[in-house]
Write a protein that binds this ligand. Structure first.
Ligand code: HEC
Length: 140
């Protein structure tokens, strides 16, 4: 069992290393996924394209986000307290995930005002996590 876990970890590491780029192997994936969510939210706010489709994209990306924060990947703007306070971090992620689900329901309902309200609620959950667990942009 232990051996299997080591092999698994090595595979995750190799997969991460394949993505290594400007911000570090995991950060690049996180930043990309987070930007995907942000882009979908902006499109909904701007009334561009299909709100339901954008909300689906955001929900999908949020559902997988926690996996992009493996232990020890404090690089770029990810603060070490993510892993010392994993329960809090996870709870913050779940809040945004729930907000994304609510956004999708609102978008599917087709009511623009309700969709925008859900969008605003979701944005607050992003900010709450960033304030706690994301550090300032390092100078490049
Ligand atoms: C549970 C915590 C958490 C939640 C929720 C969260 N983020 Fe993030 N976000 C982070 C962390 C940590 C980073 C930095 C990752 C890194 O540098 O490796 C980040 C990075 C980003 C970035 C990359 C830009 C940069 O320079 O840091 C964007 C864009 C972003 N988040 C948007 C969002 C949006 C939009 C939402 C809400 C839908 C959201 N995030 C929800 C923790 C969170």
């Amino acid at each position: 069992m232990k051996k299997l876990m080591i092999v698994g970890a090595a595979m995750v590491f190799a997969a991460g290393a394949a993505f290594a780029g400007a911000h570090g192997s995991m950060s690049d994936q996180r930043v990309k996924a987070m930007k995907g969510v942000g882009g979908a939210m902006k499109a909904i706010g701007d009334g561009e394209g299909d709100a339901v489709q954008h909300a689906q994209t955001a929900k999908l990306l949020m559902g997988d986000m926690l996996k992009l924060f493996p232990e020890g990947s404090a690089e770029y703007r990810a603060k070490p307290n993510i892993w010392t306070d994993w329960d809090g971090f996870k709870a913050a992620m779940e809040k945004t995930d729930k907000a994304a689900a609510a956004l999708l329901v609102a978008a599917e309902g087709g009511d623009r005002a309700k969709t925008l309200a859900a969008l605003g609620d979701m944005g607050k959950t992003c900010k709450a996590c960033h304030e706690e667990y994301r550090g300032p942009k390092p100078k490049e």
